[in-house]
Design a protein around this ligand. Structure first.
Ligand code: ADP
Length: 620
C-alpha cells in the first residue's frame, strides 16, 4: 500500500469516527439539554403554581369571612325579622351596596330561608337579584345546613362567573336567611393571562371554570359521561355551557410527575396550531379545586436547538483544531521525511564523492610513485650519462695532454740520445746544439703545462682597468713564431688609442690567446690566411672583433661552440674548453662574447667590454 492510499484510508476512518462522535455527542446533548431545560421549566412552573395557589387561597380567604360578618349585622337581622318593612329593605339594600363596594366583591345579597333574594347590593341595577330564588344553589343549601357555603358558578341572572360564599343568619337556633357574597374571578384571570404559562382551574368533574386562556372556559379535560353532564346541567352551575372537551392532541409524559398535553389552539385569523404543554396540577382541598399550570415547551425546544448549535459549533471547532493539528503533524512528518531523504541523498553523494576521491587519490599516488620511479631512473641514467661524459672528457683530455706532451718528450729523448752519441764521438758542438733543442722543447712543454694551469686558474672577480693595446700586443708577441710558420697576415685597426676596459689582464690575454689560437687552427689548410683584429669604441663600451679566413663555423654548431668539451678537432689537438672558459671570463668582466660567420665565410668572434677610466690604470 502506498503512503497516499494509507493516508486516504486513515482519513476515511477519521471522518467516520468524527461523524459518529459528533452524532453521539449531539444526541446526548439533545437528551441532556431537553431534560435540563424541561426540569428548569418544570421547577419554575411548579414555583409559579404554588404562588398562584397561595394567591388564590389568600383571595378566597379574604372573602370567605365576609358573609359570616354580614350575617351578624343588626340591620340584616332586623330586616329578616321584618321582611315587609320597606324602610328596613331600603336600609338593608344600601348596607349591601356599601359593603359590596368597600369589599370589592361582585355582589352581596340576602336571601330568606326559602331561597328568595330579598335585598341585594345591585338593587338599583337593571337586573337586580331581588325577587329571584336561588334555593337550588348548593351554597344556599350548605348555608341553610349551618355551614359556610362555597360554590363556583355562572350567575344565572348576571351570566357572570363568580365564587359564592354563603353564611346563615341565625337568631338562636333559628336560621332566618342567608347572606351571599359573590366574588368575581375576572381580575385573577386577567393577572394570570399576563404570564407565559397557562393557568386553569377545574372542578372535580374536570370542568375548566377558571382559565387564563378564555377559549378554554367551560371545556373539560376529558369527555364527561351523559349522567354527569345532565347532573351539571340541572344544577345550572355553568349555565347553558356545552362543556365540550378540550381539543387535545396525543398526550405524553414530560418527566417523573409531569404530564404533557397537546392542545389545538385556534387563534382568530390564523390557522389552528397545536401547542405542547407541560402540565402540573395541585389540589385546593377546601375549595375542591384543582389548579393546573400549563407551560409551553416550545422555548425548551428553542433552547435545545441553541444547545445543539452550541455543541455542534464547539465540536466543529474542536474538529477543526484536530484537523489542523493532524495536518500540522503530517506536514511536520512530511518535512522530516523530506529532510531525512535529502540527508540520505547527501550522505550517499558524499560517500560517492569520498569513494571517487579515494580512487583518484589512489590513482594519483600510483602515478606519483610511477613518476618518482621514472624520476629516479632518469636521475640514475643522468648520473650514468654524466659519469660516462666525465669519463669521456677525462679520456679526451688525457689523450690531448699526452699527445701534446708526448711529441716533445719523444723529441727530447731522441735529442738526448743523439747528444750522448755526439759526446761519445766528441762532437761537442752538435751535442750542444741538441742540448739547446732539448731546452727549447722543455720550454714548450712548460708552456703547454702553463696553458693547462691557466685553465685551472682560480677565477678572480677583481676586475680593473686594463689597457687594450698592451694586452693585444703581448698576446700577438706569443704568436709571433706561429704567424711566421703559418704565413699568417695579421691586420689590426682601432688599437692606436690607449683604451682601458674593465678586466683582469692575465685572463683577458687568455681569451685573446684562445681566439687567435682557434683562428690559426682553423686556417691550417690552403687559401688566404689572414687575421683581422678590429677595435671600435663608444663612450661606454669597446667592441673587439677577431675575423679569420678559415672555413667558419657551420650554422647548426654556432650555439654549441661555447659548450664545455665541444670540439671538432682531432684527438690530442683540442680539449673543447677554450671557448667555454673564454665565454665565462668575458661574462665575469661584465661583457659578452659572441660567435658568428663573416661575409666571406670565416669565423667572426666579437668581444664587448665596459670601458674604464685611464686613471685607474694597472699594468697589463
Ligand atoms: P678546441 O680549440 O680545443 O677545439 P675551443 O673551445 O677553443 O676548443 O673551440 C671549439 C671549437 O670551435 C673548435 O673545435 C672549432 O670547431 C670551433 N672553432 C673555434 N674557433 C674557430 C674558428 N676561428 N674557425 C672555425 N672554427 C672554430
Amino acid at each position: 500500500m502506498t503512503s497516499t492510499d494509507f493516508r486516504r484510508k486513515t482519513n476515511w476512518w477519521l471522518a467516520v469516527t468524527a461523524a459518529l462522535l459528533i452524532g453521539g455527542v449531539l444526541w446526548l446533548t439533545s437528551i441532556w439539554s431537553q431534560d435540563y431545560f424541561l426540569s428548569q421549566v418544570r421547577d419554575r412552573a411548579r414555583h409559579t403554581l404554588d404562588l398562584h395557589i397561595a394567591n388564590l387561597e389568600g383571595f378566597l380567604e379574604k372573602y370567605q369571612v365576609l358573609p359570616g360578618l354580614f350575617a351578624r349585622n343588626d340591620q340584616v337581622v332586623r330586616f329578616l325579622l321584618n321582611p315587609k318593612d320597606i324602610n328596613e329593605l331600603t336600609r338593608t339594600n344600601h348596607y349591601m351596596e356599601v359593603i359590596n363596594r368597600l369589599t370589592g366583591a361582585s355582589d352581596t345579597y340576602l336571601m330568606d330561608k326559602s331561597g328568595l333574594t330579598i335585598a341585594a347590593s345591585n338593587w338599583n341595577s337593571e337586573r337586580p337579584f331581588i325577587g329571584r330564588n336561588f334555593s337550588f344553589r348548593p351554597y344556599f343549601q350548605q348555608a341553610m345546613a349551618g355551614k359556610l357555603g362555597r360554590y363556583f358558578a355562572l350567575g344565572t341572572t348576571s351570566n357572570k362567573r363568580g365564587y359564592y360564599f354563603a353564611y346563615p343568619v341565625q337568631v338562636g337556633t333559628d336560621t332566618l336567611g342567608v347572606v351571599v357574597v359573590k366574588v368575581s374571578t375576572a381580575e385573577i384571570e386577567e393577572a394570570w393571562a399576563k404570564g407565559s404559562d397557562a393557568i386553569i382551574v377545574t372542578d372535580t368533574n374536570g370542568v375548566i371554570f377558571l382559565s387564563s386562556i378564555p377559549q378554554w372556559k367551560f371545556k373539560t379535560l376529558q369527555p364527561l359521561d351523559p349522567q354527569t353532564l345532565e347532573r351539571i346541567k340541572l344544577s345550572r352551575q355553568y349555565g347553558n355551557s356545552k362543556l365540550n372537551p378540550l381539543p387535545l392532541g396525543p398526550q405524553g409524559s414530560g418527566g417523573d410527575d409531569v404530564e404533557r398535553m397537546r392542545i389545538r389552539q385556534e387563534v382568530a385569523g390564523k390557522s389552528p396550531r397545536t401547542v405542547n404543554y407541560l402540565v402540573q396540577s395541585a389540589l385546593m382541598p377546601e375549595a375542591g379545586w384543582i389548579v393546573h399550570i400549563l407551560s409551553p415547551t416550545a422555548p425548551v425546544n428553542t433552547q435545545v436547538v441553541a444547545a445543539l448549535v452550541f455543541a455542534g459549533g464547539f465540536l466543529v471547532f474542536i474538529l477543526l483544531i484536530g484537523v489542523y493539528l493532524l495536518q500540522r503533524r503530517r506536514n511536520l512528518r512530511d518535512r522530516m521525511d523530506l529532510q531525512r531523504e535529502s540527508q540520505q541523498a547527501l550522505e550517499e553523494a558524499y560517500g560517492e564523492l569520498e569513494q571517487r576521491v579515494q580512487e583518484r587519490t589512489r590513482d594519483l599516488k600510483l602515478s606519483n610513485v610511477r613518476l618518482q620511479q621514472e624520476m629516479q631512473e632518469r636521475q640514475r641514467a643522468e648520473q650514468e650519462l654524466i659519469q660516462a661524459g666525465k669519463l669521456a672528457a677525462l679520456g679526451q683530455m688525457s689523450a690531448g695532454i699526452s699527445h701534446e706532451l708526448n711529441q716533445p718528450l719523444a723529441a727530447i729523448r731522441s735529442y738526448a740520445e743523439n747528444a750522448h752519441l755526439l759526446l761519445d764521438s766528441e762532437r761537442t758542438g752538435e751535442a750542444r746544439e741538441n742540448l739547446s733543442l732539448i731546452a727549447t722543447l722543455t720550454g714548450r712543454m712548460a708552456q703547454i703545462i702553463g696553458h693547462l694551469k691557466t685553465f685551472a686558474h682560480k677565477k678572480s672577480t677583481d676586475v680593473m682597468p686594463v689597457s687594450l693595446p698592451v694586452s693585444l700586443e703581448e698576446t700577438l708577441r706569443i704568436f709571433e713564431e706561429r704567424f711566421k710558420q703559418q704565413s699568417i697576415d695579421v691586420a689590426v685597426s682601432g688599437w692606436d688609442e690607449d683604451i682601458f676596459v674593465y678586466a683582469e689582464p692575465v685572463r683577458l690575454q687568455q681569451v685573446f690567446v684562445n681566439l687567435i689560437g682557434n683562428a690559426l687552427d682553423a686556417m691550417q689548410g690552403n687559401g688566404g690566411k689572414k687575421i683581422q683584429i678590429d677595435a671600435r669604441h663608444t663612450s661606454d663600451t669597446s667592441l673587439l672583433t677577431f675575423t679569420d679566413t678559415g672555413p667558419g663555423i657551420s650554422t647548426d654548431l654556432l650555439t654549441q661552440v661555447f659548450d664545455p668539451f665541444f670540439t671538432t678537432k682531432e684527438v690530442g689537438k683540442g680539449l673543447g674548453l677554450g671557448l667555454s672558459i673564454s665565454y665565462s671570463i668575458i661574462r665575469e668582466f661584465g661583457g659578452v662574447l659572441r660567435a658568428a660567420n663573416g661575409a666571406d665565410g670565416g669565423a667572426v668572434f666579437t668581444i664587448e667590454l665596459q670601458r674604464a677610466e685611464a686613471t685607474k690604470r694597472a699594468t697589463g
